[in-house]
Design a protein around this ligand. Sequence first.
Ligand code: SF4
Length: 470
Amino acid sequence: MRTVWVLGDQLNRGISSLEGCDPAGTRILMVHARAKIRSKGFHPLRLALVRDAMTAFAGDLRAEGFDVDEREAAGFAAGLRAHRRAFGPGEVVAMEPMSWDGLRMLERLGVRAVRANQFLCHYEDFASWAAERGGRLRMEDFYREQRRRLGYLMDGDAPAGGRWNLDHENRDPPPRDGGTWRRVAPGWSSTRRGALARLRSFVAHDLPRFGTHQDAMLDDEWRLAHAVISPYLNLGMIHPREVCDAVEEAYRAGAVPIASAEGFIRQVIGWREYVWGVYWLRMPGMRDENALGADRPLPPALTGAPTRMRCVASAVEGVERRAYAHHIQRLMVLGNLGLLAGVRPSEMVDWMWESFIDGAEWVMIPNVIGMALHADGGRMMTQPYAAGGAYINRMSDHCGGCAYDPKRRTGDDACPFTTLYWDFLARHEERFTGNPRMARQVQGMRRLADLPAVRERAAEVLTALDRGDL
Ligand code: SF4
């Protein structure tokens, strides 16, 4: 009898390691490893979700007749050793893990790895695509290739609706009156049934309006029209194909405008798969990249110290209560603060990885190092996602209730984002002068008559940020 070892983020009957398996010839191993659980300060909601989702999936497999050895152990190696002692399997196989270190671990432990099928483009195929293009990795090119190959939102050879990308229609600020949004309970489901129910509910009720306001942020609305299915995708409970099929079907039925359907499919088959491919292409070196020489520790405002920055407080409150913040809060508030202040990329990666319900190394390294903190020197994104308070003011209702003024860059009530934005450009002037996409911003900084005062205020802001007093 052989053993299939199912890892905690492979919780799906369709995974490649379980293909063709039956209870007569296969035993299942699942390990709850204490060393992994304690390796970071993981959010309790995340730990509970992974534990409960593993147990729920073990139950599904038992219901099918499988003998499931679900065990707690000091670490993965100890769990596997104990399993081998107890059952003496002829062979242990597992689907390729989601992480670089996980794959090395399987090799060390003598477990045969089966090619992963949890993404629509395997990372080896992504690497071939990258090689064919001489290393030029534009997300938009990859996305179009995925659309053509997978056939989503295609009318023959042409994109449905006539355009590939409707992103500029998806950047509206929140409605003036805040709008009305459907509230859902902030509980995370540990079962596939619950994950599928969330997907169905999103497609039926929220997807039609997902597009327009997907970058908006509101004090009293943590979800707006976001799907909040990323933890289920990242634990394998639902497959990207199921998600995209549901969206395509709703679009073809005329229930969803093209801007919403395209915007969502782009996130799943474009951005998510691109990030996965970049992770494998650039590991292990990518986790140590720090092109801007950022050396500030993680600000206490992100780890529980009270802050008067309303936008930061709102995002951090969401992280504490639900282990969740949506993508613009992550990128343009939390990540932007890290970028402008010069927070060490590895600390930011670790914090996001352990704090978010959908955190994983493959998610956080490219998103934080490559995108939010520009720590790969622009290999992934040609231009840093740096913004002052004006952007946050336009896209949210946070600034009205904030102690700071988004328009001011000097003085005690100057918005820290606005002050630090100009200081960031000044600090990295030499680097960004040569970047055509940054030329306008650098020119703007050079024209500031009060730049010395801005930089003085920035020094005070950074000191206060370090002290947890901003
Ligand atoms: Fe955030 Fe600045 Fe707006 Fe306050 S004023 S909410 S710190 S962007």
